[in-house]
Design a protein around this ligand. Structure first.
Ligand code: UN1
Length: 496
């Protein structure tokens, strides 16, 4: 088992020492409630100083050729490879996800860094044919400015990396506000970034601001020096973020709540479906935005799948996430436990039947719950950030798709079927209304190569792969006249 002290010393972190104060926030181990460390919160003035440095650094960084900027990201990826086990263990300590998932998160950082390095030579613009003789049109992508990144507790480092690695090769500097629950992982990542920046002679490309949401967070929303704000969190807070940022005509990139469903058709490979559902619903203790929250079972396999799911849930090893055999660690906090328990009470009151689990096991530990839910149960429309899985039944695919889409959120979705017609119907414009739609794999665990994000109340943002990098740059359309005439577009004659 990995020792706290060892992880701390390898990542250059100081353990707890002395008494806390109102000006500090505590990092708490969700496994046993122990304080891991205390971190001083930034004042408004300190935040301002960080943004001034981010602006100054931007003025230099944007002139560094993009492939050279890629070199900084390459070096960060090398450092992450070297400390994958330690940083992964720190994610486990601070968030409570199991070691395999903590390391998986660091791997996700490495993957997006590798992607960004390649991208640094591929920030392509288009060329267009001008309607005027002797004219050429094209577009270029320029660096945007300092980018604000506000990340959530559940992916305390990977989501920063999706944003920061792309922003850096795009020529932007990054001001990162991590979740107040996960300051240590942020400090560890910043320590790595500082080492690399110093070595390569660049400063303040990456910075961290740690503080209260209502001081630092709110300041970022109104800060015109941050032309783009990337926010990951709940739909409710996301709505507030979008309004405030758009009031100053800034751009926001939103990754908000999910309420992801998985459809299992009668003809599905049930073994595959089972494994995908259990990982999707129980993995990360149901605290991913991509977690599977609803399973829609076609009538012919519904009772068999329900039976198999109950049997699988009985085998989930719940406990200390640092133990390699554990499959499900604690929830993040006592409040998260309360939300799960009261959510289950509400589900019962609305006609849901708890088929398995849902008991509080002490501390932040709970049993994952399976709930048979009547179609149209109001609670089905809400995201509860906990391992509650609703089971629903249907007769025809049309009905399943209607139920599937009948939620405010639109992040991730999946269907299990061997039938190409069912699969293509699900992926067609009349099918899943989500940003991510999968066939024969689960709703969570997306690769970084695709654009990640969702529709409706999920906020419409796209991060990570494909052409998501464009959000971090400004597009400029250029028309070059190399003739000796000045013809006007649209054929307008303005001779005088
Ligand atoms: C999140 O839960 O905020 O697709 C991100 C996944 C991970 C990312 C989840 N790659 O489940």
């Amino acid at each position: 088992m990995v020792l706290r002290e060892e992880v701390f010393s390898r990542l250059c972190l100081e353990p707890v020492n002395g008494r806390g104060s109102a000006g500090e926030l505590s990092s708490i181990d969700p496994n046993d409630g122990a304080e891991l460390a205390r971190v001083r919160k930034m004042s408004r003035a300190e935040y301002d100083a960080v943004v001034v440095r981010a602006e100054q650094a931007f003025r230099l960084w944007r002139h560094v050729p993009a492939p050279v900027r890629g070199n900084l990201v390459r070096e960060i990826a090398a450092e992450l490879r070297a400390c994958k086990a330690e940083l992964g263990a720190l994610v486990t300590l601070e968030v409570g996800k199991i070691l395999a998932e903590g390391e998986g998160e660091v791997q996700e950082m490495i993957d997006i860094a590798d992607f960004a390095v390649g991208l640094s030579r591929q920030l392509y613009g288009k060329t267009m044919h001008s309607e005027r003789p002797g004219h050429r049109m094209y577009e270029q992508w320029h660096p945007l400015g300092p980018v604000g990144v506000v990340s959530a507790f559940n992916f305390p480092v990977a989501v920063w990396a999706w944003n920061a690695m792309l922003a850096a090769v795009c020529g932007d500097t990054v001001v990162w506000k991590p979740s107040p629950r996960t300051p240590l992982t942020a400090i560890a990542v910043q320590t790595i970034c500082e080492r690399v920046m110093r070595r390569l002679g660049h400063s303040d490309v990456f910075q961290v601001v740690i503080g209260d949401n209502d001081v630092v967070g709110e300041a970022m929303l109104d800060d015109r020096r941050l032309p783009l704000l990337s926010f990951t969190g709940s739909c409710a807070v996301g709505r507030h973020v979008a309004q405030r940022v758009s009031a100053r005509l800034g751009r926001s990139l939103l990754e908000l709540g999910g309420n992801n469903a998985l459809i299992v058709m009668d003809d599905a490979d049930l073994d595959l479906a089972m494994r995908a559902i259990v990982f999707g619903a129980v993995g990360t203790a149901g605290q991913r935005c991509t977690s599977t929250r609803r399973v829609l079972l076609q009538r012919g396999i519904a009772s068999e799948m329900t039976r198999r799911l109950i049997a699988a849930y009985q085998q989930i090893r719940i406990g200390n996430p640092m133990e390699p055999a554990t499959l499900m660690g604690p929830l993040i906090s006592p409040q998260a436990v309360d939300q799960m328990i009261s959510g289950l009470d509400l589900a019962r009151a609305q006609g849901g039947q708890v088929l398995y689990g849902g008991n509080h096991l002490g501390g932040n530990f709970v049993e994952p719950a399976l709930v048979r839910a009547p179609a149209g149960m109001p609670l089905l429309r809400e995201e509860i950030f906990a391992p509650i899985l609703y089971l629903l039944e249907f007769d025809h695919l049309d009905d399943a798709i209607a139920q599937h889409n009948n939620v405010p959120q639109g992040l991730s979705s999946a269907i299990f079927t061997r039938d190409v017609r069912s699969a293509e119907t699900f992926l067609s414009h009349g099918g899943s209304d989500c940003g991510i739609a999968n066939v024969n794999l689960g709703t969570s665990g997306a690769e970084i190569g695709g654009a990640f994000g969702g529709e409706k109340d999920t906020g419409g943002g796209r991060e990570a792969g494909s052409d998501s990098w464009q959000a971090y740059m400004r597009r400029q359309t250029n028309t070059m006249n190399w003739s000796d005439q000045l013809p006007l577009a649209q054929g307008i004659d303005f001779s005088f």
